[in-house]
Design a protein around this ligand. Structure first.
Ligand code: TNX
Length: 666
């Protein structure tokens, strides 16, 4: 009798496949054992294919050298252990054949890189060498290593491999130093765990900045010492709560925030906190308006309210432009100073985002709006932070000091009227982060208007009346979008996932993926002709994006399987055991956008007999991860032993996918 645990079996399969791989490679070039061509997003600056394949094996070690390398080596091991089940020991010293060496040293090939994020990666049959002048560069290189491995490497459970990488020489560094993602946890609460998960998913595409929109009309999401009402009262609402019973909101403690910042730091991600002001802050006003007994306030906090309603009222719709804090109120500055000081102390990064968007002149005149920001900016600078804000902060009358970063969100391009905020910002010497809503707003529907409404229950369409799909996020140039705003001014790009319609991380994921990888490439990769769907760059990109489908699915990341992407079938073999008769899952299939009923699976059992597999799994919705299927089958073997089976999946319009599985017959 063979007593064998599932985990052990998976390891055995992996080893059997690794051992069998060289033979299979000769026998069947299309088999899963062949390392497929690199499909890296964002596209590296330069990449040269080498000869042969590197096999990650149970003996592979990760060998760090130089400053900060051991932390990155530990990260790499952490990324690769769950799916491989290998020990992947991190050991300083001399790298042996088959190891991954990670070294903070200047490879001498990064001449044009001024970001400190460049790296050089050499994968050969004999080993892997990653070199970068900084640990951050190594971390970026680690993301490339992950994408050179088969997609199932993102799985949180052990998969069978084989874990191959094609031989390749990569020299890479970013176009922009600010590559951001904004998450709005004010319109709907998201937990620190959800935000961490999203940050991780984004860091895989070399996103290095996470902007947290912590406060808006409907919610304030962080405990501020001295002002407990902000979290207790301000934290209770959400968009569409109808009296706060359906969706009770929530808030982060300062320890939660600290843990998030530490989590980000370990992934070389800078956190940018935002408490929107002077508008978009009904939650602050509702929390503090009646806080007459607060010893930090002067007994009449009602004077903070310059909004449309007095007394203020909760408004849980997505309406904007009705709230504002008064620049003349001493209480306003007592509250805002506490927020700015505490958030600045909690945040190691260089920026504090003041918001500054969408305050109609009927609520605050331009003079009073400018006065507000001119008072706020020195408070921010006194905390050692640079002021960042939505590009309205460049408007008439503001003088915010340098450096100041303006985030341009208006969809207007060229020299049309709506571009004024960007050109005013440049005229005031501000740096620019580009987030034009038609190319960077991840809350916009994929397809809308007359073509339908995709997805049905999520997303807004104000910036994208016909929808904004992957092509829209890919085909634009941040340094040429607004006339007069060039790469001399633009420090980067940010995608924004606003929270009016997204209630949980599955919703957020669905809107963010697969569009964020497009933005990540725009932000990282060298400028290219990204003028439309027929460009070589776009065609190449959607091909690489297709390879991300199985990565999303294996990691449990929800996404929209947009018809713009030629999604492919990907299989990974499982392991089976039994006494003669075996019955169960032979493989897991990734088939984005393909219904289970449209997939056919055939099985060769490894003893000369063939059969068909049953394909089952969750149907596509916008709420659940979909397109991840199990292929099951049953067979009776005549003799005990080890058998190497083969599964092939086909679907209309797709290339077939094939993988192997191991059967242990007792
Ligand atoms: C505009 S653009 C906003 C947000 C909304 C978003 C919805 C900007 C700085 N503000 O308040 O959530 O549109 O798409």
């Amino acid at each position: 009798m063979l007593a064998i645990s599932f985990r052990r079996l998976a390891l055995l399969t992996a080893m059997a496949l690794v051992l069998a791989a060289p033979t299979l490679l000769v026998a069947r070039p299309a088999a899963a054992s062949t390392a497929s061509a690199p499909q890296i997003i964002p596209k590296p600056v330069s990449m040269t294919a080498g000869h042969g394949t590197f096999f990650l094996t149970p003996h592979t070690r990760i060998v760090p050298s130089g400053r900060g390398a051991s932390g990155v080596a530990a990260s790499l091991a952490g990324y690769l252990r769950p799916a491989t089940g290998y020990p992947l020991q991190v050991r300083a010293g001399q790298a042996r054949p088959g190891d991954i060496a990670i070294s903070t040293r200047d490879p001498g090939s990064l001449g044009d890189d001024t970001s400190g994020e460049g790296y050089q990666l050499d994968v050969t049959r004999g080993g892997v060498l990653l070199q970068a002048p900084t640990a951050h560069g190594l971390f970026d290189g680690v993301q490339t290593i992950r994408q050179l491995l088969p997609p199932w490497i993102t799985s949180t459970t052990v998969r069978s491999g084989p874990w191959t990488m094609p031989a390749v020489h990569v020299v890479d560094y970013p176009r922009y130093r600010y590559r951001g993602l904004m998450l709005d946890i004010a319109r709907h609460y998201e937990s620190p765990a959800a935000a961490m998960r999203l940050l991780d998913q984004a860091a895989a595409y070399k996103i290095n900045t996470f902007h947290l929109h912590l406060s808006d009309d409907q919610g304030f999401r962080l405990v501020i010492n001295g002002f407990p009402n902000l979290a207790k009262i301000g934290g209770q609402g959400s968009v569409g709560t109808g009296g706060r019973t359906m969706d009770p909101g929530g808030y982060w403690t300062q320890d939660d925030y600290r843990a998030f910042v530490a989590y980000a730091k370990a992934r070389f991600v800078t956190v940018v906190p935002e408490v929107d002001s002077p508008g978009h802050n009904n939650a602050i006003i509702m929390s503090e308006y009646d806080d007459v007994a607060n010893p930090l306030l002067n007994g009449h906090p009602q004077d903070i309210n310059c909004g449309k309603n007095d007394p203020p009222q909760w408004n849980y719709t997505g309406a904007v432009g009705y709230s504002a804090m008064c620049p003349e109120s001493q209480n306003t500055w007592t509250i805002m100073s506490a927020i700015i000081q505490q958030l600045s102390e909690l945040t190691p990064g260089p920026y504090y985002h003041v918001g500054g968007d969408e305050v109609p002149s009927t609520i605050l005149t331009q003079d009073r709006y400018a006065a507000f920001l001119n008072t706020e900016a020195p408070i921010v600078r006194a905390q050692g932070k640079a002021v960042m804000g939505w590009a309205e902060i460049a408007g008439q009358g503001t003088a915010l000091g340098t450096p100041t970063v303006a985030e341009y969100w208006n969809p207007a391009s060229g020299s049309s009227a709506g571009t004024a905020t960007a050109t005013e910002a440049v005229a005031k010497g501000m740096q620019i982060v580009m987030a034009p809503a038609t190319h960077a707003y991840l809350d916009q529907k994929y397809v809308a208007g007359s073509s339908g409404s995709v997805p049905p229950s999520l997303g807004l369409s104000w910036a994208c009346s016909r929808g904004c799909d992957v092509d829209q996020f890919y085909n634009w140039n941040p340094g040429g979008y607004v006339t007069g705003v060039t790469d001399d001014n633009v420090i980067g790009v940010e995608g924004a996932i606003w929270g009016e319609t997204t209630t949980d991380l599955d919703d957020v994921d669905y809107m963010v993926f697969p569009r964020l990888p497009a933005l990540a490439e725009v932000a990282w990769s060298p400028a290219a002709d990204r003028s439309g769907t027929t460009s070589a760059a776009y065609q190449d990109f959607v091909g690489r994006l297709a390879a991300q489908g199985a990565r999303f699915l294996a990691s449990g990341t929800n996404f929209y399987p947009t018809p713009e992407v030629p999604w492919r079938l990907d299989l990974t073999g499982a392991s089976l055991s039994g006494g003669g008769a075996v019955d169960g899952t032979v493989a897991t299939l990734s088939a984005p956008g393909v219904a289970a009923g449209d997939v056919a699976a055939s099985i060769r059992w490894g003893d000369g007999s063939t059969g068909s597999g049953a394909v089952s799994g969750t149907a596509a919705t916008d709420k659940t991860v979909n397109g991840l299927y199990s292929v099951t089958g049953s067979h009776t073997y005549a003799h005990p032993g080890f058998y190497l089976g083969t599964v092939t999946a086909t679907a209309p319009g797709k290339d077939p996918a094939t993988t192997h599985f191991l059967v242990v017959v007792r």
